[in-house]
Design a protein around this ligand. Sequence first.
Ligand code: AHR
Length: 494
Amino acid sequence: MSNSLVINADLKEGKINKNIYGHFAEHLGRCIYEGIWVGEESEIPNTNGIRNDVLQALKNLNIPVLRWPGGCFADEYHWKDGVGPREKRKRMVNTHWGGVVENNHFGTHEFMMLCDMLGAEPYICGNVGSGTVQEMAEWVEYMTFDGESPMADWRRQNGREEPWKLQFFGVGNENWGCGGNMRPQYYADLYRRYQTYARDYGDNKLFKIAGGANIDDYHWTEVLMREAAPFMDGLSLHYYTIPGDFWKGKGSAVDFTADEWDTTLRKALYMEELITKHGTIMDKYDPDKRIGLIIDEWGTWFDVEPGTNPGYLFQQNTIRDALVAGVTLNIFNNHQDRIQMANIAQTVNVLQAMVLTEGAQMILTPTYHVFDMYKKHQDAEKLSINLNSDSIATSDQQVYQQVSASASISEEGEVLVTLCNLDQEKQAPLHLTVRGMSFAKVNGRILTANEPNARNTFEQPDSIKPEEFTQFQQDEDMLHVDLPSKSIVSLTIK
Ligand code: AHR
């Protein structure tokens, strides 16, 4: 038994859209408030209210696009409450997430400032569930109109002279659920109507994203594509990796068995089937692949950390999460022909976060390091690969692949290969052949851990971090690589 990978360096298959490496930040728990926004008066060092440590960490990831304000929050959010002098902004109840007071201090201006600071494109999700067509139309006018109009004038009064550039605009979120419990035919009609009035002002061209299916609801995708394809640029899909049952117990983020490890990774790999099947339906109506599949919520979802507010969705993050991120991003890279964007949920302190904060402290999660190790795939050309992987057998007679891989080549001709060994115990010897280029130099990085639930904590913030990887030998155009158990490895070849 052995694993083999052939990388065809002369077979470029198209660009890996950098927006696949996108993120999602909702008004949920301590994601926006505390995690990102602390306010100008805070003792936590900040720039215009945005905490500096989180900003720096996120900047290092080259976040291409950031989705906001929800999630479920989006279909209850009324944007006008979040502009103008902060002390006068309405206080409301965040009914979806913990029933806490939302003071609206982080609104459109603050979000656009954050995106500017990060160098990320904003992706705004509008309110269909409880908002009007007029409200959505006026938000677009407020943000993007350059001339004289009630909304553009109001934006100027609120301190922003120039319109912002806004490309990505979502017309509702999970409209089959928290976004209005709609049936697909009804939402398809509402989508057509709402998007009509989300105008392109001046040279601002919106990329309109329709609310897509939950997991394997292929009927939803079929109806949306059949009824509304000409009116959309993207169609979303939401899929979370949950080892247990969503309602009865999702499973612990840190205290899990070997079987739960297997279930989690098997369920993460299910993303491949979902993309293929939703993609096949999209191909029927859009054979040229104009419309992007936008996986704007994905990641692990476990039971909340014991003792924390159940509505805050705070969970720890282990090497298991890092592997879920690693295999999922490899799947996305390999399906770059249809996937134009993906947004992991969520950036700070919620679900599969990049960073966790506690007061003035911040730690980087293992998932953060995966995004760092993979970031050079952004906008690189995907390379054709042939992977043969051994299988891992689970105690309930299932099997899943041991090795996951993807490869890209930069404009400078540098190949990046990202590899995961999903096995908890066994290493994975891999014969890696690079065809179509001669190379002299290989550099490796590895993220791994001794224990399956290893994680970074506020006491030990650097237990898991990338190290140099040298367990490979070069033999002409072949590399013999030994991937340790539960590891993510990146190789740059030039
Ligand atoms: O990310 C948490 C929630 O999951 C989002 O608000 C919602 O869209 C999804 O159900």
